[in-house]
Design a protein around this ligand. Structure first.
Ligand code: GLN
Length: 294
């Protein structure tokens, strides 16, 4: 029996009823199987699949129906302007994280305004697929970007993304948070999207999170432990006037502001994502003796 693109998509959309993006999932998977763009599917709905294509598509739809994230099935996910490769060793980059990139780019402009020729030195802690570091490097070729991760497997993915995207200026190092950064370097900005989900959060039993690395998602202390460690360590690695920017859960804004304030950061504030949730909190590393409430 032959199946057209239109029929294959209709059948798959029905099979994926439990996904809240069934039609889109079906389109992305079929485009991937055919090696075409999604727009090809719309322009050639009557075109017939080969037996091999039908079988490959059916296998992907079955895996998706069992919950596997689309990004792990296709091995890629768009973030910022980049096509990133992802594997189950890394968190799937989220659109919310683009807020962190945007804020970092804007602040960087301000920080370097006094001295426009100077190369900014920036660290992305817990880089995963490399999403944040590579987005920054793609926008600011003259910045010196360091990216760290505790997971060697994640760093393999991040390094491959850097090579594929020809963003070879990023330095990758392995280790925990600031401990992975070269000791002699002083940073203008440190940014991170660390694990921040509490271990008893019911979202962990839902959707893509079930398949993502737990170490990239979950932190002790109601999800705040790694955020706290990063605040404490970053203070010692930022130059005076440098910035720390942290992504966090939508109910953690007040907690993260308190963490930064306790560590003596100035001008601490949270920014909202497109859904209106407090998503990124940032602060400036105050010079000794500076009034941090100013
Ligand atoms: N920095 C990566 C991202 O934002 C990975 C974050 C993580 O694993 N917690 O996608």
């Amino acid at each position: 029996m032959t199946v057209s693109i239109r029929q294959a998509l209709d059948q798959a959309t029905t099979a994926l009823v439990l996904s809240d993006s069934a039609r889109l999932d079906a389109e992305v998977l079929l485009a991937f199987v055919l090696g075409k763009s999604r727009s090809f599917l719309f322009s050639r709905p009557e075109s017939v699949l080969s037996g091999e294509q039908s079988a490959a598509f059916a296998a992907f739809v079955a895996r998706r129906a069992a919950g596997e994230p689309v990004a792990y099935l296709t091995g890629c996910r768009g973030f910022w302007t980049l096509d990133l490769q992802v594997t189950p060793a890394v968190l799937i980059p989220r659109p919310e994280t683009e807020l962190l990139v945007e804020l970092t780019l804007t602040l960087g402009q301000q920080v370097s305004a006094d001295d426009p020729g100077r190369a900014m030195v920036v660290a992305d802690l817990g880089t995963g697929s490399g999403a944040i570091a590579l987005a920054l490097a793609s926008e600011r070729q003259h910045w010196q970007v360091y990216a760290t991760d505790r997971s060697e497997q994640a760093l393999v993915v991040a390094r491959q993304n850097a090579v594929r995207l020809r963003l070879d200026g990023v330095s990758f190092t392995q280790g925990d948070w600031c401990e992975a950064l070269p000791a002699a370097v002083c940073f203008d900005m440190i940014v991170s999207n660390p694990p921040y989900i509490a271990d008893d959060d019911p979202h962990l039993q839902q959707g893509d999170l079930l398949f993502e690395p737990r170490a990239a998602l979950v932190a002790d202390g109601r999800g705040l432990r790694d955020l706290a460690i990063i605040c404490e360590q970053s203070r010692l690695r930022l130059r005076d006037g440098g910035y720390l920017l942290l992504e966090h859960g939508h109910e953690q804004g007040a907690d993260v502001r308190a963490l930064l304030t306790t560590q003596g950061f100035a001008g601490v504030r949270s920014e909202r994502d497109l859904a209106g949730h407090e998503r990124v909190t940032l602060g400036r590393h105050a010079a000794p003796g500076e009034n941090t409430h100013a």
